[in-house]
Design a binder for this molecule. Structure first.
Ligand SMILES: *Cc1c(COP(=O)(O)O)cnc(C)c1O
Length: 413
């Protein structure tokens, strides 16, 4: 098992690489002709593990979107090490001037979201590099980006930096496409985008700069339900990993496409049972004695807890699959442990593998359902699986296994 310092880490995350091929093909099937598929691999590939997922995702994506310069540079290094043709990469997060220079040297494009980029542009100029930039318009999310009316003043520095900055694209991000089935606000955002884009193009031509811009607005939900948002490329995140943005998006897809294709979750989270014990009626379990056995009970202790990213909010709320049976989490989730009631599961013992998220036999626990029980969303649940939990790429289907529980981290990278 993997090590953190000297401590053994018991749980692991399995990644089904075949799921990425399936999900990207589902997404491509929903895009207008000519629209490219970009993938968002921020948050350590939504908690799936960038290093494990990139070799599978890289050939499946036309553009790669990251939030940090470190991730972009790591991808460039990986491409070189594996003699793989570089993909267009766009850093959508905030960067320091030095990082912008480094990105320019690695042919990584960056986002300009406010007037403060003047300092970054001057750094590029001083370093003698050209950085490709995409201008972010804030059309109604009120996060980063220029309000269309602030563009002219916010980009005034463009005049002084000559060829150090090349404007390659224009983008925006939607606020609520996945929260609704009626896209009134998104359509208003798109109108604001068109207005901002017109202003930007006018500024660029007045400055004698080319105004051929890559246009991108859609994350997963818009890519699936709002064709007018497609532009030249979409930035799909959660759906790549086989998770629906929301229930509303699923309804939207049925309305728009007539059918709902299946996405295949790429992630499973498993842990071997540490101990099994039988306790009599009246025995309390865990801190605070919040659960008390109402029958003679078989308990399984799992060496995983909130330190590993299993939400404490799942105390007396979550379920875990053991030997294909759905078993309730009893008592409080602890830092390094949780306890499940396995009385109704087939006979199990220490070392048998429990499934926290994923499929085991006929049963499955979705990240979505678990997150809902924890009072959060699957985006948060998967990205909070702790970095010390090993991510393991399963062998491609047809070579081994049945996709169920029982794969361990032994012998994997
Ligand atoms: C996270 C993010 C995405 C991807 O969103 P999903 O809902 O996961 O598809 C796209 N664009 C931007 C700017 C983002 O921050």
């Amino acid at each position: 098992m993997a090590e953190v310092g000297t401590a053994a880490v018991a749980s692991w995350v399995e990644i089904d690489g075949d799921a990425f091929a399936h999900n990207t093909s589902v997404l491509r099937g929903m895009l207008l002709p000519g629209c490219r598929l970009g993938g968002v691999i921020k948050g350590d590939a939504y908690g799936h593990g960038l290093r494990v997922c990139l070799p599978v995702l890289h050939p499946l994506l036309d553009v790669i979107h990251v939030v940090t310069a470190q991730d972009a540079l790591w991808i460039r290094a990986w491409e070189r090490a594996h003699d793989v043709a570089p993909r267009p990469i766009l850093v959508i997060g905030v960067l320091s001037p030095d990082e912008v220079v480094t990105c320019a040297r690695e042919d990584v494009a960056v986002v300009v979201a406010d007037a403060g980029f003047a300092a970054h542009a001057r750094a590029a100029q001083a370093a003698g590099v050209t950085v490709g930039v995409h201008v972010h318009l804030d059309t109604g999310l009120s996060r980063e980006g220029f309000l269309p009316e602030d563009l002219e003043a916010g980009l005034a520095w463009l005049d002084g930096v000559g060829g150090a900055v090349r404007v390659d694209g224009v983008m925006m991000h939607f606020a609520n496409v996945e929260d609704v089935t009626e896209q009134a606000w998104a359509r208003q955002q798109l109108e604001r985008f068109l207005e901002g884009e017109r202003v930007l193009r006018a500024l660029l031509s007045a400055a004698g700069r080319p105004a051929t811009l890559v246009r991108h607005t859609a994350a997963s939900a818009a890519a699936m339900v709002l064709a007018p948002s497609h532009g030249d490329v979409v930035r799909a995140g959660i759906s790549l990993y086989g998770l629906w943005p929301s229930r509303e998006t699923r309804i939207g897809v049925r309305l728009v496409h007539g059918t709902v294709p299946s996405l295949r979750p790429a992630l499973a989270w498993r842990v071997p049972i540490q101990a099994v014990k039988s306790v009599p009626v009246g025995t309390p379990v865990g801190y605070g004695c919040t659960w008390v056995a109402a029958r003679p009970t078989q308990l399984a202790v799992l060496p995983v807890g909130y330190f590993d990213g299993y939400p404490r909010a799942l105390s007396n709320q979550g379920h875990v699959l053991v030997a294909g049976a759905r078993c309730p989490v009893v008592g409080r989730v602890m830092m390094n442990h949780l306890v499940v009631d396995v009385t109704d599961a087939p006979a199990v013992g220490p070392g048998d593998v429990a499934t926290l998220v994923g499929r085991d036999g006929a049963e499955a626990i979705s990240a979505d359902a678990l997150a809902t029980r924890a009072g959060t969303i699957h985006y948060e649940l998967v990205t909070r699986i702790a970095a010390h939990v090993p991510r393991i790429l399963l062998p491609p289907s047809g070579t081994a296994g049945d996709g169920g529980a029982g794969h361990g981290p032994e012998g994997s990278t």
